[in-house]
Design a protein around this ligand. Sequence first.
Ligand code: GTP
Length: 648
Amino acid sequence: MANGNAMTPQRPPSNEHDASLLADAPPRQSLATLLNLAIMLVCAGAITALWLITLQRIAFEREQAVAAAVQSNSNLAIAFEQQIFRTLKAAEQVAVFVRERYLQQGSAIDLQQLVEQQIIRETIFSIVSVVDENGRIVSSSNSQVNGSVNYADRAFFQAQRAPRADELFVSRPVFGRISRHWQIPMSLRISRPDGSFGGVIVMSVAPADLTDFYLQADLGQQGLLELTGLDGVVLSRKTGSRNDFGLDARELAWFQRHGTTVTDGFVDNGEAIDKVARIVSYRGMEGYPLMVAVGTSYADELAPALQRESSYLLMASSATVALLVFSGLLVLMLARQRAAVDALRASEALFRATFHQAAMGIAHIAPNGRILGANEKFCLMLGYSREELHARTVFELGDEKGRDEARRLLARRLSAASPALSPEIEKPYRRKDGSVLWVCEALSVVRGAHGRPDFLVAITQDITSRKALEARLSHAALHDALTGLPNRLMFMDRFSQVLESARRHAGLAGVLYIDLDGFKAVNDKHGHATGDQLLLQVARRLEGCVRAEDTVSRFGGDEFGIVLATLSQARDCEAVALKVIHALATPFELGGTAIRISASVGAAVFPIHGEDASTLLEQADTAMYAAKNAGRNQFRWNSASGSESPPA
Ligand SMILES: Nc1nc2c(ncn2[C@@H]2O[C@H](COP(=O)(O)OP(=O)(O)OP(=O)(O)O)[C@@H](O)[C@H]2O)c(=O)[nH]1
């Protein structure tokens, strides 16, 4: 989380809030399922649309290619038809011319001469012959054909012999008896002036010559060019390099279709010929019982479209894979995101529960010390509301004198070298009501992505009662329970410190040893409680005899000690001792009774009577006994030390 504010909970958790967290899971699950379903549906829709468009485009391009081929072949069929038409017209002209000559010249007609003289120029007719009414050759352009050949049995002869219209008759291919080649006879009837049959003019055309248009038309390796008689016989067909003729045309699709539609184009599966699928255009020839057909290979015609089709299919497949991968990744990404959100929610819920229900006080603190957030416990500990804490810095929660130290501590924790988890420290806060709150605090730093501190987490434990107990124990260990005066232990410690200072400044320090006189009798006469009260009042009077820097101590029983921190001269010590004797000589009012006691006081001065605290106290003790022995209620130096009275 980038900043402390975002992570800082702004309100305590409530039962409703927790319940909403729990109740939130099933709807989110079904929402996720719906979202996944929607993504998959959109993806499936996009893929379906993509393939529909692609397949439509492919179908459209195929249709376009077929339509273009049909149109192109239809144009070629027209050209082919015209060429056949010209051939037939030429045949008619030659036949009419030769018939005229024959009717004029009779058997004297010489067709070879007519060819040589180029009166008959059409080279397509390999043989032109005149046949008489009995089928015998009268004249022929071919020298090998002579009267020995009889055509009376030929179909064209028999067709012409029967009464019929004066028009060219194109026969089925026949095998030439002289030429030894297959020929298509084209014949015209010779009628005598009286209308009787006078013979036939016949011209032979090689079947392949009728389809040499194939070469001009550029129909490819698998093309088709065909001239077919409506009687169901193929007169000539060229497919690639193959020439055929005389075949049965009734199985051919275009022959069958011609029965209903004279001119048309379509895709033929090639079953009837060579299994090569072709786009075929056919036409019935006007004025002749013939039809022409032009075809080109379906594969050749659709090659560019099929090539584009492959790219379309490749593109559509790639786009499909991309869409599937994309939607899969999207679903995966959303699932991961949801998992991350769920984990975050769980973490936030855990954090909220931990933060607000913790038995310890937790506060989030900005690097500048401002309090960003605090849990209930922290608020309770300090007596501030959360809003009041938000308006303060953590430094303002301590005493004035401790603020600099708190700032230094925060700066140390924010420094890069500082460990993330801090050692626990004990520190005082000031509650809103002014009382002191002692806490044991751990200050952890939460750093951002670049290692910069975002905020700090202070976890505090209230140790005020422990501190108070410690203070009490500590006081009890060093003080007299009855009078509250320092006990011997503390007395000796203070005395040592005073001696240390006197040693440094080459000064004087004194110690008085005081023992009450006749205290036992007070106890015995007035009771132990009165004795206690007396001891208390003695303590207060002794404190009244000395300066603030001096230390009054009760050693136990009716024995007291006084450390005199600074002395101008040794005699000052005696003056204080006399002041003490004088102060205790005044009767004590206890329970309405005036009680009199006195005190014996011994003294020792540093450095005259000794260098260390034990020696000096011992000296004072001995002096006190001297005072006792001398009759009590008086002051004495230690005479055994050789200096009953110190120098002035
Ligand atoms: N009331 C009371 N008496 C105490 C306490 N501590 C000691 N005493 C008593 O104080 C008395 C001290 O004994 P002494 O020093 O012999 O009493 P004294 O009568 O002053 O005798 P001299 O010192 O020889 O003058 C004893 O009776 C102790 O029981 C105390 O805390 N309270």
